[in-house]
Design a protein around this ligand. Structure first.
Ligand code: PEP
Ligand code: MN
Length: 338
């Protein structure tokens, strides 16, 4: 539930309510707005029937959050969350953030070459997997920690921020050390232990929708992260399994406005994994921006034929550059910038 305080509530009154909520075995989250403070209360709220908080000084009203996700919900926070990614770059504001790079980190020179090219085209975040979730155990599994070091080198050489996937709790320290944003992939969207651990991290988390998960389940997974104290979560639509097999997955465009109506968290789109075919990536990327996405995650490779993973859905740097020009015009048309 949400406790809305009166505009003239004192610091002492806020402190008193927070202490009382904690004593009842509930978790308070204080959100200091420009005009008034609100306190989100999470836990077994039934106890508040016996101890109503309306009676406390400074409280204006108590509103129940009826949705199963609480901290993630628009009911908890009306305004869009703007998340600081590092180096003064934010996501969730008017500016759209483009994340681009190879599916996997293959070697240092190639990664730096791609990083320079996507940066020149206007990307602000470099993507690249060091720990790869592959369907086949015989396929390239990623360079592991060595890949993370190359990512850090690319960061130093280009000034791009970096995002990379965390698959296993045992890798959390290294991923946290090298990455600016921790990616939780589609296959781990409901790995609740992993979600709880990244919830204790200070780093922003890019949470991808599972290929067979509903939007409600995505938001519940995000709730796991926020409930541990990390409010820096970016949601990502990356295509879902449907009966259609002409594309790798089916891009759920309606997920963008729906997620943005249900939650205050930023929402981005990964058109590359959604469609699986490079020719379909630009139109879907454009549709995502038109539908209100706060950013994109796009796979780019200078030699897709030789890529160690996902070459078929990777854009040549020249195509990516061309796409960026189109995206700028669409962003402008919907009152945003890139
Ligand atoms: C990726 O972005 O590298 C990836 C594996 O995507 P997903 O988890 O969406 O399949
Ligand atoms: Mn990939």
């Amino acid at each position: 539930m949400i406790i809305v305080l009166r505009p003239d509530a004192t610091k002492q009154e806020v402190k008193h309510i927070v202490e009382k909520v904690k004593k009842l075995g509930l978790k308070p989250w204080v959100s200091q707005g420009a005009e008034r403070t609100i306190i989100g209360v999470i836990g077994a709220e039934d106890i508040l029937r016996i101890q109503p908080l309306e009676v406390f000084p400074g409280v204006e009203k108590v509103i129940p959050i009826l949705k199963p996700y609480k901290l993630v919900s628009r009911d908890f926070k009306k305004k869009n969350s703007v998340i600081a990614l590092g180096d003064g770059i934010e996501i969730g504001s008017n500016k759209i953030i483009i994340m681009a790079g190879p599916c996997s980190i293959e070697n240092k020179d190639l990664l730096i070459d791609i990083a320079q090219k996507v940066k020149a085209a206007g990307a602000t975040v470099l993507r690249g997997g060091a720990f790869k979730p592959r369907t086949s155990p015989y396929a390239f599994q990623g360079l592991g920690e060595e890949g993370l070091k190359y990512l850090a080198d690319a960061r130093n050489q280009t000034g791009l921020l970096v995002v990379t996937e965390l698959m296993d709790l045992r890798e959390l320290d290294s991923v946290e050390k090298y990455a600016d944003i921790i990616q939780i992939g589609a296959r781990n969207m409901q790995n609740f232990d992993l979600l709880k651990e990244v919830g204790k991290s200070k780093k922003p988390v890019l949470l991808k929708r599972g290929m067979a998960n509903t939007i409600k389940e995505l938001l519940m997974s995000a709730e796991y992260i926020l409930s541990e104290g990390n409010f820096n979560v970016i949601l990502c639509e990356r295509g879902i399994r449907t009966f259609e097999d002409a594309t790798r997955f089916t891009l759920d465009i309606s997920a963008i406005p729906l997620i943005k109506s249900l939650s205050h968290l930023p929402c981005i789109v990964d058109p590359s994994h959604a469609v699986g075919k490079w020719g379909l990536v630009p139109p879907c990327a454009k549709a995502a921006i038109a539908a209100g996405a706060d950013g994109l995650l796009i796979e780019v490779h200078p030699d897709p034929e030789e890529a160690l993973s996902d070459g078929s859905q990777s854009l040549y740097p020249e195509k990516f550059d061309e796409l960026m020009g189109d995206l700028r015009r669409i962003a402008e048309a919907v009152g945003r910038s890139i």
